[in-house]
Write a protein of this length. Structure first.
Length: 118
């Protein structure tokens, strides 16, 4: 299993970024996916989730109304569209595939840095 995030960078407050996570090595379309983030000196926190079909999504209160999670099962990719970014959104963002396979193991990407600063 491999998860590869991309799309991070430096953006001004109020700006937008779209993160991508390309998945391989498992049946992507059968599993829910999550985005997490970890800011310097803080614990990793859950950001958003999407069901296997993309029919249902859920968000942390801190990003609700600003972030949108989506997926393209034909491309084995999950996205995180981030709008109205704030300095508090600065973190390393991680893609997560939970409870995959008969071992029900969690898999993580390497992370992509998002910095919101003027």
């Amino acid at each position: 299993v491999q998860l590869v995030e991309s799309g991070g960078g430096l953006v001004q407050p109020g700006g937008s970024l779209r993160l991508s996570c390309a998945a391989s090595g498992f049946t992507f379309s059968s599993y829910a996916m999550n985005w997490y983030r970890q800011a310097p000196g803080k614990e990793r926190e859950w950001v958003a989730a999407i069901t296997s079909t993309g029919g249902n999504t859920n968000y942390a209160d801190s990003v609700k109304g600003r972030f949108t999670i989506s997926r393209d099962n034909a491309k084995n990719t999950v996205y995180l569209q981030m709008n109205s970014l704030k300095p508090d959104d600065t973190a390393v963002y991680y893609c997560n595939a939970p409870k995959v396979g008969y071992l029900r193991r969690d898999y993580w990407g390497q992370g992509t840095q998002v910095t919101v600063s003027s």
